[in-house]
Ligand binder design. Structure first.
Ligand code: C2O
Ligand code: CU
Ligand code: CU
Length: 430
């Protein structure tokens, strides 16, 4: 903490090695360690500064996914950090409590940099969520769950993509927080899991092996208005959700990913990974559990716009070959939005394969999915949404600025192979 109260974090991008499987070392990248990065945490109203040092032998960036902040601090493809250099973004946290994350964003190489292990969580807190009776003992009844799929090839991660795999790389195993076949002892009746899909291409449908119901309490950008009971929750790359699961003394239950039936045709279902299932994380309850308070019926108030004051409508046609027919160009700003205004963005995928859509700087509201009101799990603050083939979504976004006509933010498909191939565009706030 600096004299003016600014919270300072140090992040160093490093090359390392890690023993994921006994006796076999794999070359990795990490922040401040061999693989993945520390969980950063700040409160609404905090001023933060991150010293990002790059000790790798290539340039990269660090982007704060889900964060509202000035474009120059965003860590997108324009804020490259050269080998040996330190980049020091600073901003003020001005958004609700949420599970955000950070990862590299160098244009054309994001998939590789994330896959090697550069990713971490950035948790935000605020007074309203702190006052709610939710599980909140970090590492005890409030657990980060970073889900990634991997494939090993000797001392390296296998980054290969099958010829048929038009979504990008799909691994044959999953890890949680960098651990294969993970399990976790729990000692509380209610356990909160902060799920982050940090995979490069794979979408998961989360549920438990015994099909128990659990409670979703948050989406990408923070708490839902009220809890949602469910058995399955689909998260595409970049999306987060917080869920609370009730445990019984002495039992075991396994968080799994189940097959998904909304990928469209048999080709995409098979080669896009929708047929696959994985055991993600086993929870093992102690013989005696500490009682947890009942979950509140009312969680938060959404701060996302409802679209009623929208001044402009834009349309985005998602294709692997580019958004609105254009591939990303670093020196072209595709859209210019006005500070302090709300817009609706209609995003459409008729490309015959799954995509998703992520917008930097903002948390948005999903107004419609294929012309209908969205399902409960999408009625929260979102920054990334999954669009299987044949999906159209109407979003409401409010751009708070600050204005910076020269430094754009980006929007893109978060299937990182697609993003790297140019499925990305730029917008500036003026
Ligand atoms: Cu998580 Cu533009 O990224
Ligand atoms: Cu982002
Ligand atoms: Cu895509």
């Amino acid at each position: 903490v600096k004299a003016d109260g600014t919270k300072v974090f140090d992040l160093e991008m490093r090359a390392g090695e890690k023993e994921f499987r006994s006796g076999q070392r794999t070359k990795t990248w990490g922040f401040n360690g061999d693989h993945l990065g520390p969980t950063l945490r700040a409160e609404r109203g905090d001023k933060v500064e991150v010293r990002v040092r790059n000790t790798l032998d290539e340039s990269s960036t660090v982007h704060w996914h889900g964060m509202h902040l000035p474009a120059r601090m965003d860590g997108g493809p324009h804020q490259m950090v050269r080998p040996g250099a330190t980049w020091t973004p600073y901003w003020k946290i001005d958004q609700p409590a949420a599970t955000l994350w950070y990862h590299p964003h160098p244009h054309g190489r994001t998939e590789q940099h994330v896959q090697r292990g550069l990713a971490g969580m950035f948790l935000l807190d605020d007074d309203k969520s702190a006052a709610l009776p939710l599980p909140k003992k970090y590492g005890v009844d409030d657990l980060p769950v970073i889900v990634q799929d991997v494939k090993f090839d000797g001392a390296e991660f296998d980054h290969g993509r099958g010829l048929m795999q038009n979504v990008g790389f799909l691994g044959d195993r999953t890890m949680v927080n960098g651990t294969l076949d993970p399990h976790r002892e729990v000692r509380d009746e209610l356990v909160r899991l902060r799920l982050l899909n940090a995979s490069t291409a794979r979408t998961y449908s989360f549920g438990f092996d015994d099909n128990r119901r659990y409670t979703q309490i948050a989406t990408d950008g923070g708490l839902l208005e009220r809890p949602v009971q469910t058995e399955r929750l689909q998260l595409s790359p970049g999306e987060r959700a917080e869920i609370v699961v009730r445990m019984r003394a002495g039992e075991r239950t396994t968080l799994r990913s189940f097959p998904q039936d909304n990928y469209g045709d048999a080709w995409n279902t098979r080669f896009g990974g929708a047929d696959d299932s994985f055991d993600i994380l086993q929870l093992r309850a102690a013989e005696a559990l500490r009682p947890s308070p009942a979950l509140p019926q009312k969680l938060g108030e959404l701060e996302v716009p409802d679209g009623s004051d929208a001044v402009r409508a834009r349309h985005f046609d998602l294709k692997k070959s580019g958004i609105n027919g254009r591939k990303m160009a670093m020196d072209r700003i595709d859209e210019t939005v006005t500070r302090g205004t709300t817009e609706t963005w209609t995003v459409r995928n008729t490309n015959g394969m799954p995509h998703n859509f992520h917008v930097h700087d903002v948390q948005f509201r999903v107004l419609e999915v294929n012309g209908k009101i969205p399902p409960p799990h999408l009625r929260g603050a979102k920054d990334t949404v999954f669009l299987p083939n044949g999906t159209t979504m109407k979003l409401a976004l409010r751009f708070e600025g600050p204005a910076d006509p020269d430094t754009p933010y980006v929007y893109h498909c978060h299937l990182l192979y697609h993003e790297d191939e140019g499925m990305m565009g730029q917008f500036a706030v003026v």
